[in-house]
Design a protein around this ligand. Sequence first.
Ligand SMILES: [Zn+2]
Length: 624
Amino acid sequence: MSGARAVVLSAGLAMLAGGCRPAVRPPPNVVLVSIDTLRPDRLGCYGGVKVETPAIDALAVAGVRFQNAFTPVPLTLPAHWTILTGVEPWNHGVVDNGMTLSAPPVATLAERFAAAGYDTAAFVSAFVLHRTFGLDRGFARYDDGPAADAALDQLLHATAPADERVDRALSWLRRERTRPFFLWLHLFDPHAPYQPPAGFRARYADRPYDGEVAFVDTQVARLLAALDRSGQAGRTLVVLLSDHGESLGEHGEETHGVLLYDATLRVPLIFRMPGVISAGEVRQEEVTLADVAPTVLALAGLPATPGVDGRDLLGPGGPPLRPLGAISEAPRRRFGWAPLIAIREAGWKFVAAPRPELYRIAEDPGEQVDRIADEPGRSVGLARAARRIETTLRTRLAARSAAEPGNEARARLSALGYVSGPRSTASASPDPKDVIRSVGELDRAFQLFAEGRLEEAQARLRALLVRSDLPSPTVLEGLARLARLQGDDAEAEALYLRLLAQEPEAPGPLAQLVRLARERGDHRTEVERARQLAQLSPADGGASRLLAEALIAAGDPAEAEAEFRRGLAAAPRSGWLRLGLARLLMATRRGTEADRELDTITSDEDVPGDLATEARALRDRTAR
Ligand SMILES: [Zn+2]
């Protein structure tokens, strides 16, 4: 362990002993960087040779790097709940994207730092971490990025690139402050579809995932350089990690979120704190993302949060040897497949599934040779540990401590490539490893789609439509989007109607049908469909805006104004909706009222840049 922790440890021990010695150091700043979907083997500091990652490599050299860190769940939202609480997912209950947590079992890192007098802010990059899912607790500022107010018809843009997020975080960091700060920066770029900026696309031709990793490293470099320039680096704990890896075809899985092999469970984990953590240390013990919060609190000199699962990794003696678990509920919730639980202990890894697996992970890190038949005794204890997690998880889910996603959230998640759930469990649930290739084909089709290879994407989706092991709504939606891009609106209309017939409660297809009616000038149908949509999602500013705009197009501005006001009462932070109202007020010569609405928009510092620009341009026009 690190001898340089002595300063903090002695202060901590004195506090434990009820001693009166005050903390020796002033409280440090804390910067938590979570890079979505980042495989450690792409980083130079983890032995990667194919991608240039000088900034993250330098961070590791200046701090401590955990060689064997694992996520307990290969999905963004559940993993971030674990990172920010120190509680494993089977204990906090968020096991899939789109779930909200009304009463977290413990205070989050942001709540702990806020209570300790820190200035707190989060900059996240995708709708999957939108405040509606609850991770904004404790943050004085929570910047959702473009996802904050994406209307239903702009779903696909609900992610932000790392350079834009770092710009925002840097302008927050530059503020004058007398208090220490806690900053959480979440970067999404290595997540599929892989679309690195042009320079990186050229340098990593045929390896777009690697290009995204190289790009995101340059943005981490900007953040760290700014910290150095500000003179704060010496007083700042920097933590860099990922929420999960990416399969990239291993074991038949293209992305992440279904299987529990180490391609998606292994994550990078680096802590840097000059003067406290010795530089260049590499730790080999197996650790979980649940250990991050307790370690961060200890490094900041704050007492541990009671009731967490994780351990202080840099405390005296380090973490104890313990079995580490991982769960995958997404196969059950999304596709009706069997859920998975993995247990890793003492060089072995067991995967509980309809056909369980056992790997001698210490010698077979690629999990190529299943030893379950050769080592019948070996899996008994591991299977028992898996059953304990299963029991805890089922109890937790039955207690409904985590709510299901609302309609609006489901539509946006499905636009991001997350299939809407939950689905009923089929009588004989397939083993995910037997049917994973279908998801892989779906992922490949959407990647082709993102690359603009529309006809190839279409051919793959059509082939998938006839398969029975995947729910067809995802495939139908992909085909409908393709038809739109190819200008075949009649085909798109037919596909969206078919989708609506299958899932009458799904707002996504309905929103698209509103747009299709508008574009062909059929405003009566447009209003009718938009009304249906607004009834389905009454608190959704995007749905309300579609209805108000339809009413204007149909020549009923009074009804439109009433809808704008009703929508804003239900969703007051919906800036695009407010902009629509301001436009209507201007058109009906109520400039002062319009100005008031525009000022409300521009005074919200988290509004997306393009909305703020439009609001300011309108404001200038009324001023003239
Ligand atoms: Zn993620």
